[in-house]
Design a protein around this ligand. Structure first.
Ligand code: SF4
Length: 232
């Protein structure tokens, strides 16, 4: 079925691109991850912003099947795509070569194609977000979905936990050329991620990359460094 035995979500591909050791730990030693309260609050705000973005549409179809029901989510997505009723689809699910993605918003362009929209609770578009939408586009194109635009829908001011009732103003950044440029390289990245998962924990030393973005395994990796250095 795939280039590797392990199924990968788009966030696992992103973890690999951040640091191969992070992907390995997420899959094989997940229990070592430590999320601080601030990170958990950011997750919650991200979900809230995603819901707000959906509520902007008067009508649309939400694929409600969870990450534990991927075959059902994929089959529901196929039904909705075939319906051609001109409505957006939220959380559409696709698989290509073992990589599973959920598209935040698929908006019909009314020319037979779709606008792929990724919603982010961030003020600017980040490089890793473009890699993320490129992974999605690669999977969708493998499913013969015609994508006419790739958009990161971000916010003017990021939502914080203490401002959950605040009004959010969305801004669309069309990243189509930048993301499409990355699409042909996605297969190589997915294969490399599969190879890492079949091996032992990569011996990558922690460094500045561990906080850009924050990695949940810093405690684990820095413990190794401290053990190697020994007591002062
Ligand atoms: S803490 Fe740093 S080295 Fe360790 S997995 Fe995370 S990003 Fe990689």
């Amino acid at each position: 079925m795939s280039l590797h035995q392990q199924r990968l979500s788009k966030s696992k591909v992103a973890a690999f691109e951040h640091c191969p050791r992070r992907l390995w730990l997420q899959v094989h030693r997940r229990e070592l991850g430590q999320f601080d309260e601030q990170t958990l609050a950011l997750f919650q705000c991200g979900h809230a912003v995603g819901e707000m973005a959906r509520r902007r549409y008067r009508r649309g179809h939400l694929v409600t099947e969870t990450h534990l029901e991927i075959p059902a989510a994929i089959s529901r997505t196929r039904e909705l795509l075939a319906a051609t009723d001109g409505l957006p689809i939220f959380e559409a699910a696709f698989e290509r070569q073992g990589v599973i993605v959920r598209a935040d918003i698929l908006e019909p362009d009314h020319w037979g194609g779709w606008r792929l929209i990724e919603v982010k609770n961030s003020r600017n578009v980040k490089a890793y977000q473009i890699r993320d939408v490129a992974t999605q586009a690669w999977v969708l194109q493998g499913n013969r979905i015609c994508i006419s635009a790739i958009v990161v829908r971000h916010v003017e001011r990021p939502l914080r936990l203490n401002s959950r009732n605040a009004t959010v103003r969305f801004l669309d950044a069309d990243v189509t050329p930048n993301a499409q440029r990355l699409v042909p390289g996605r297969e190589t990245i997915v294969m490399a991620a599969g190879v890492v998962l079949q091996g032992v924990e990569p011996a990558i030393r922690p460094g500045p990359h561990c906080v850009r973005p924050n990695c949940e395994f810093r405690h684990h990796c820095y413990q190794d460094v401290e053990a190697a250095i020994g007591p002062e």
